[in-house]
Design a binder for this molecule. Sequence first.
Ligand SMILES: [Cu+2]
Length: 141
Amino acid sequence: MRHCDYMPLTKARSRAEDKVLQAVLTTSLLTLCGCKTSQAVHTPSQPALREVTVNMGSMYYSPDTIHAIAGQPLMVTFVNNDTINHDFIIDRGASGMIHMFVPKGRSIATSLFFGEPGTVDFICSQSGHQAAGMVGRIVVE
Ligand SMILES: [Cu+2]
């Protein structure tokens, strides 16, 4: 299967900003619902923002399988409540790499975008973590 395209839309955007964006999108949808008979309403071009939280623990991601939809941005928040640092890497060779370092006790959010259906594996590159099972997969439908 061909690997799907991806690109990071933002890096380390704050949770508060995400909520603002979500609120704006929700407001737009509510406005649309109130004008059912109008043909002049502009449909928002942005698809709804999907979100998932991934916890990073002692040699695991939870959940370790993330579902995304091709063509729709996916906001992923990595929460590292472990006592050691972890990271998140998608390595596609010449197609590029995404690397999110998440220090112990911190959380970082990023938007991922996949252009085509497929599966993408990710790992933690901290010493010994991948070998110990700290791996996961993104399923793009
Ligand atoms: Cu790790």
